[in-house]
Design a protein around this ligand. Sequence first.
Ligand SMILES: [Zn+2]
Length: 241
Amino acid sequence: MTAPELANLLALQDLDTHIDQQRHLRSHLPERAQLAEVEAELEKVRSARSELAVTLEEVAGRQAMAERELRATEERIAQVNSRLYGGTVSATRELQAMAADVEGLKNRASALEDTALGVMEEREPLDAQMAVFDQEIARLGERGEEVQARLRVAEAAVDAQLRELEGGRPGLAAAVPAELLSAYERLRGRLGGVAVARLVGGRCDGCHLSLPAVELDRIRHQPAAKVEYCEQCGRILVVGD
Ligand SMILES: [Zn+2]
């Protein structure tokens, strides 16, 4: 039979392993990976959107400039026309010069109109793409919130499990002699959380190596309460019946 303190230590190890598994589960919940995916996608769309925003700003700037110049040219045409037909100027040469001026301004206005129209056409697909990005960002935002809500539910379930498991730990730890407990904690830190191994069929189930026959024989003839360590992995060995 296993000495009771070793049985308690084994129970503590099982509990700690269970707690470690729940903690691992908590940090590897599928919702967490889904959320990371949504965030990465969101990041991609946001970055494409800001690139597009720069292009759009440049195009909108050109459009505004063409429209501003067009307005100014039209105002200028109206001014010259009102002088031309206002009756205050009578010198033929001056009237001819003004008429030529209007002609030139009209050509300029027509060119500016073409420019403004061209920029508007250039801008249309960019505006449409911007709307697509905005929709995509809204959709991903909603999806992120939905995944986050599911993540919170899943975390709460694991947390409840953890609270229950951790609640049982002090009682079990108190049933293990202090010196053995501190050896256990030290080994757990060093050996990936598993400090206690069972000796099953001549093999340590911590490192899965078979113990030499001489060593097995020696351990089997020790008093049950004597603490033995696997000479290969260093874990506390608990010999079953
Ligand atoms: Zn071992």
